[in-house]
Design a protein around this ligand. Sequence first.
Ligand SMILES: N[C@@H](CCC(=O)N[C@@H](CS)C(=O)NCC(=O)O)C(=O)O
Length: 200
Amino acid sequence: MKLFYSPTSPYARKCLAAAIEKGIEGDIALLTVSPMASTAELLAVNPLSKVPALVLPDGRSIIDSRVICQHIDGIAASPRLIPADPAARIDCLTREAQADGINDAAFSLTMERKRPAEQQSPDWIERWIAAISRSVAYFDGRVPHRERPDLGDIALACALGYLDLRHGALDWRASTPNIASWFAAISARPSLARTAPPPG
Ligand SMILES: N[C@@H](CCC(=O)N[C@@H](CS)C(=O)NCC(=O)O)C(=O)O
């Protein structure tokens, strides 16, 4: 399989970390691309020009990190990243969606702040920061105590890592000590340590 990947993308990191947790990363070749460059290779697999995108051995492509992670989880029976029990599954996927929502707001904020100052929207910036802050607080009140992380946990760790990478000034740990401790511990797992974004 080929994974269109960017080392700074929290969505792509989630997929690679999931593959490492499943023990199948050796089956995945990384193709590092900048989605903003919209190369012909990336557009051929994802007309949205977004990473991650996964190309299967038979040539089919899968886009969107949540769909890719479902595929990765189905490749090997264990460990399960998405629980089989219907209620636990929905809980896990909801936490993944919430964490990805942090990424959506944080990525929008990153791109907005790259625009000339006079073109930036203070209203949108305020809205994205508020969404991030509420979502981190949501997780602070629901600190996971699982023996093994599930996909929701991996997604959350990748989202918090992206906040550190791009939005350190938000100082998300200041009012969320519970999830900050959890994040410090889970970050030592090989799946997350090996996929940590490059500094800067
Ligand atoms: N919902 C998508 C979001 C992917 C996404 O937005 N990736 C960013 C990189 S972090 C991207 O490729 N952006 C390019 C663009 O928005 O044009 C997923 O979960 O895979």
